[in-house]
Design a protein around this ligand. Structure first.
Ligand SMILES: Nc1nc2c(ncn2[C@@H]2O[C@H](COP(=O)(O)OP(=O)(O)O)[C@@H](O)[C@H]2O)c(=O)[nH]1
Ligand SMILES: [Mg+2]
Length: 460
């Protein structure tokens, strides 16, 4: 009976019954509804419905095709601008946003202008936005204005050095584990070594590593006949650094490749999307054209979150609706990357560890899709690990290693707990180079890993 009803509905829809087409879409047969509407897009009313469906489904390219063909006859000016922004027609997007002229549209226009390296125009537009923005939104606009001013050299950029960044990131660790106190006027005896070992374990460097470091230090003290703890500091620093030898590698991106695809893996909540947002910002500041691909389709929130980062950083984005096949989103992403000659493509993924086999298969499939388009990509498979989860992070990594060859690790939330030593444990256990470190939730809180500065900040 139900089957009958359904096919009846489809028949009516096929015959051009508008309410039947809409009913079809409501019932989840969106693809079918879209197909039927596409045949009838000459009808202005149906064209509008089609445009809305495209937007909901994340079919930005198709939506943009309608905009190009029918102009103001589809969507609102803001929607048209948003579609243009997402697919990377920046000039059109800016023009439309300026025409709309509310604070938010001006803000969007300013952000795009910054991303396409027109800071002067950006500043002008953003100041106009600020003058009409509601109080609750002013901070957001002010931040962008500051960025524009920095780019124009109107205000000095207070550059935090790498050491300062790591020091800030390790603040909680240093507050909880005060290495500094040990190396200040203490007698060198068993108690001192025991305490140091305890501290290292507390900072989460791993028990074995802590024991080895302290054993070596003990031998050193005997050999050199050291009596004051001050004289052990430098050797401790060296011994820890020794444990990180080989761990440091840069995330290199060459623009000749066009594109370099970076695949981001990690369990939910580890910081993938945030790291992608920060990376997008970094690459755009370097003058690169950046595309984000929303491969985490499991939760609608995850897609939205990546959209927000795309808007914040000025990157373009390929996304589909919640529940889509991640590989198909990646497929569209690669097509877009090719057409738009992007230099960097950042692919977000879902990390639902409790479904281990499906996860592994999904990631392998994504890689295959990437390689179908670009045989020598992804250039990086970056595993994001949450430093606050300690040994758990290492266990998680093993599952991902089973799925794909990981080329680098991004350690996040260094600032989030007292487990700042976990980078050492992660390196010792996995022997995969640490390329990036997250030291906060801000867009600039991502750094290349430097073993030396890290250890300096830890021990200081
Ligand atoms: N303090 C701090 N929080 C972070 C950092 N990186 C990510 N987060 C936060 O961790 C949470 C999960 O991050 P998200 O990027 O959504 O993780 P995903 O599920 O792997 O995509 C968010 O609330 C982020 O703001 C970091 O370096 N420091
Ligand atoms: Mg995410």
């Amino acid at each position: 009976m139900i089957f009958f009803k359904k096919s009846d509905l489809e028949k009516r829809a096929k015959a051009g019954d508008v309410s039947a087409i809409l009913e079809l879409a409501r019932k989840g047969k969106r693809e079918k509804a879209i197909k039927l509407l596409e045949e009838k897009e000459n009808d202005p009313q149906l064209r509008k419905v089609l445009f809305d469906l495209y937007l909901e489904e994340g079919k930005d390219l198709q939506a943009y095709r309608l905009v190009e063909k029918y102009g103001e006859d589809v969507g609102t000016a803001k929607e048209r601008a948003l579609v243009a922004e997402r697919i990377g027609n920046h000039d059109y997007a800016v023009k439309e946003y300026l025409r709309v002229g509310d604070w938010e549209s001006l803000f969007r226009a300013g952000t795009i202008l910054l991303a396409i390296h027109q800071p002067e125009r950006a500043l002008d537009v953003l100041q106009r936005s600020l003058s009409i923005a509601p109080p609750s939104e002013r901070q957001k606009v002010e931040e962008k204005i500051e960025e524009a001013k920095k780019r124009l050299g109107l205000i000095e950029e207070k550059k935090e050095s790498l050491l300062e960044k790591f020091r800030r990131g390790l603040k909680k660790t240093r507050e909880s584990v005060e290495f500094g106190l040990i190396f200040r006027g203490r007698k060198v005896d068993d108690e001192l070594f025991d305490e140091l070992e305890e501290m290292l374990v507390k900072a989460d460097v791993g028990v074995k590593t802590a024991v080895t470091i302290v054993e070596d230090l003990r031998k050193y003290a005997i050999r050199k006949n050291i009596k004051r703890s001050e004289d052990l500091k430098e050797e401790t620093r060296k011994l820890i650094l020794e444990n990180l030898r080989g761990s440091e590698e840069k995330l290199e991106v060459t623009v000749e490749k066009k594109p370099e695809v970076i695949l981001i893996l990690g369990v939910n909540g580890s910081g993938k999307t945030t790291t992608i947002g920060k990376l997008a910002h970094r690459f755009i500041r370097e003058g690169k054209k950046v595309l984000l691909v929303a491969g985490d389709t499991f939760r609608a929130g995850a897609i939205k979150q990546l959209e927000v980062w795309a808007e914040r950083s000025g990157a373009d984005i390929v996304r589909k609706e919640e529940g889509s096949d991640p590989a198909s989103v990646v497929y569209e992403g690669m097509e877009r990357a090719k057409e738009g000659s992007y230099e960097v493509v950042l692919v977000d993924t879902a990390g639902r560890l409790h479904t281990k086999e499906p996860l592994i298969n999904e990631l392998r499939k994504i890689k295959k899709v990437i390689q179908k388009h670009f045989p020598d990509q992804p250039s990086e498979v970056l595993l994001v690990l949450d430093s606050t989860t300690g040994q758990n992070a290492v266990q998680q990594a093993k599952v991902f290693k089973e799925a794909l060859d990981i080329t680098g690790i991004a350690v996040t939330k260094l600032d989030g707990s007292a487990k700042g030593g976990s980078i050492i444990a992660i390196w010792k256990d996995l022997k995969i180079p640490v390329k990036l470190v997250g030291v906060g939730e801000g867009i600039e809180d991502l750094e290349d890993f430097s073993a030396e500065e890290y250890v300096n900040a830890l021990i200081d």
